[in-house]
Design a binder for this molecule. Structure first.
Ligand code: G3H
Ligand code: 13P
Ligand code: NA
Ligand code: ZN
Length: 305
């Protein structure tokens, strides 16, 4: 069933588990995420970026919304990193039930005003809103305190921001970053800062750049001819700790992309004579589904639907 993001996330924060927001751009990823959620009886969020909407157009948005409506578990259809009021309105017209307005690169006051405007529009049609405060940037452990303060979410500002905007959930910057290169070894994540934010903000908190970039997947990708440098993601134990501290929504895109592409490469390499795309796309879809399931187990959302 199609529900708002807040319906899913309020319960998650209250009960101390996390819910995955998985990015999709096509049929295979959408099916993988929804099948995993139904098989594990987990709530889930399907996230579409502006790039996804450009790539998949109406075919993608209509498919995602229709399948979410029919799903046997709660599903929110979410706009990931909405960059403007117009972009949010477009998602609202398409039937999304959750939108993100990302004005985190603007000054605090502009972020407040632009977010407030989006909250008013979304609320008028019963849709809930994610906002972001702080810069998503991989930073190293030994970086000076004032340097961290300049980039990462300030707890007191977060409290004020949520009060003034009325946003329903908040993406925090605590050292994670998008993509497959999140830092050397075990990438830094500022859990003490998260604890202070969570002490001041009651709303569900969101972790972007949360992919774990599993070493086995990187190896498989390389073995199939893929080229990738010193990839590293957020350690599963750090994700578990972040959830215990108040993270309710965990964004995952990179891990799914890696799994899909690794299996696609394997298939193409193994069967050079095969030109029925389903023979390659089927196993790649299955690999995405397996990653989604293992994330749901890590997040603790299994059986919570
Ligand atoms: O945070 C970004 C998501 O991974 C979506 O990426 O803009 O390439 O679709 P995209
Ligand atoms: P990853 O690149 O770590 O998967 O993060 C995805 C994300 O934050 C989407 O908004
Ligand atoms: Na998002
Ligand atoms: Zn993100």
């Amino acid at each position: 069933m199609l529900v708002t993001g807040l319906e899913i996330l309020r319960k998650a924060r209250a009960e101390g588990y996390g819910v995955g927001a998985f990015n999709t751009n096509n049929m295979e990823f959408t099916q993988a995420v929804l099948e995993a959620a139904e098989e594990l009886k987990s709530p889930v969020i399907l996230a579409l970026s502006e790039g996804a909407m450009k790539y998949g157009g109406r075919a993608l948005t209509r498919m995602v919304v229709a399948l979410a409506q029919e799903a046997r578990v709660p599903v929110a259809v979410h706009l990931d990193h909405g960059s403007s009021y117009e972009s949010v309105l477009k998602a609202l017209r398409e039937g999304f039930t959750s939108v993100m307005i990302d004005k985190s690169h603007e000054d605090f006051e502009t972020n407040v005003q632009e977010t407030r405007r989006v909250v008013e529009a979304a609320q008028a049609v019963g849709v809930t809103v994610e906002a972001e405060l702080g810069r998503l940037a991989g930073i190293e452990e030994h970086v000076a305190v004032d340097e961290k303060d300049a980039l990462l979410t300030n707890p007191e500002e977060a409290r004020l921001f949520m009060e003034r905007t009325g946003a329903h959930y908040l993406a925090v910057a605590i050292g994670t970053s998008h993509g497959a290169y999140k830092g050397k070894g075990r990438p830094f994540i500022d859990l003490p800062r998260l604890e202070r934010i969570a002490g001041l903000v009651e709303a569900p908190l969101v972790l972007h750049g949360a992919s774990s970039v599993p070493p086995e997947l990187i190896e498989r990708f390389r073995a199939a001819g893929g080229e990738i440098g010193e990839a590293a993601g957020i350690h599963p134990e750090d994700i578990r700790k972040a959830i215990a501290l108040g993270i309710a929504k965990i964004n995952t895109d990179t891990d799914l992309r890696l799994a899909f592409t690794a299996l696609l490469r394997e298939g193409l390499q193994k069967s050079p004579k095969e030109f029925d795309p389903r023979k390659y796309l089927g196993p790649a879809r299955e690999a995405v589904k397996e990653v989604v399931k293992s994330r749901m187990e890590l997040f603790g959302s299994v059986g919570k639907a």
